[in-house]
Design a protein around this ligand. Sequence first.
Ligand SMILES: *Cc1c(COP(=O)(O)O)cnc(C)c1O
Length: 389
Amino acid sequence: MDLQGRLQKHQEAGLYRQRRLLSSPQTPEQCVDGQSLIGFCSNDYLGLANHPKVIEAMVTAAQRYGVGAGASHLVNGHHETHHDLETALAEFLGYPSVLLFSTGYMANTGTLNALLDRKSLVVQDRLNHASLLDGGLSSGATFKRFNHGDYSHLDQQLSGDSPQKWAVTDGIFSMDGDQADLRRMANVCAKHNAGLMVDDAHGIGVCGPNGRGTVAQQGLGVTEVPVLVGTLGKACGTFGAFVAGSEQLTDALVQFARPYIYTTALPPAVAAASLTALQLLAQADEARAHLQQLQSRLRQELTAMGYHLWDSVSPIQPVMIGDAAQAMAYSDALLKRGLLVTAIRPPTVPKHTARLRVTLSASHTNQQLDQLLQAFCDLRHLDRSYHGA
Ligand SMILES: *Cc1c(COP(=O)(O)O)cnc(C)c1O
């Protein structure tokens, strides 16, 4: 295996990625590679990752139960903190049952592999998160994609006579910030007798009544969306993930989802912190309103400056630049002004749609947003090659 050659090619193609070193909490004011910056790329949408009550819950639980879970759920790592969190999540979402996973990546790959077999058909939105695509591809099922948000294409792709069909989508898309029309998807699925699985990693905590996410926002529940995945590492501010569905679904996942079975359970202290975070999240209407106000301001003012924004309804606000090198130039220029905004380039997004992905959090102040807007205003002269989708 020629690693050196591969790395060199990767570098030459402009795809080489490097990690920045963070030495502060996940707050808007960050210390990155020794530099003080205002970050606009965290998924900590409600500022719970550094919330004193969440920290206290974690410390208290660690003092009581120790640090590690010590074993997988099926051996003897299934702790009452896990059980309490599952119960609280089910109640919060209005779903019959919830099963915790260690990560969203594992929840998605584990669930898809447990649900699907060689005779199944799985149809996914092209822009779904990598973990959904990987789960579908590795399941052995017939794997099809539909064009982003194109539900007549979904309808076509679901036709045929597989004994078991599933449609799969993100609730809010992680690179574009737009929302799936779950109601339309559910109707298409009903027509084909297909199941619907939704990954609402970016929706839970952010949208819907009490932050219950995209499914609740669109007035749906377990009948229309029998498999709902959420993560705890984003708006919840902690770590881990879960699958919500029927008792039968979570029972089947305990039996058949290999990433559930063959991994150490989350530390009980992390589950305890998540439970506290969930309680705060459910009551965070004020934070959600502030976030909404920051979003509208950003959209309005950048559009007035002549920037092209994506049709996003979430704290993920892509500013379309077009050319990949130009997106990098923008990102570098923002960094020089003490603002951390990542450039997202192909192949993560389609060609000629390189963008700056601004992510807002309820913990940003209007003054911090002012600084970002002023910088974008100063950089207006930089060339942009994006001419619309
Ligand atoms: C972040 C994310 C995941 C992965 O969740 P982790 O807990 O970080 O592994 C899955 N799906 C979507 C849509 C995500 O944004």
